[in-house]
Design a protein. Sequence first.
Length: 68
Amino acid sequence: MCYKDYDCNWDMVSRHIFASDSAHKKWWQVYDAMPKKLQQYCALTKHMDKRIKKWRRIAENGSLANGH
């Protein structure tokens, strides 16, 4: 449940164990290859989009050490 250009698991230190740039890239390859009618089941809801934007702002202001 992240954006294509960025694995949002990097935004919260407690979720770094789930963060993986290579897995994130692979997921989007799978998503792009699946039929369009199935993609809707994997898309972000408006609520999740709002939540990710919030945590992304917090992460940007937090200057996390790993550069994400």
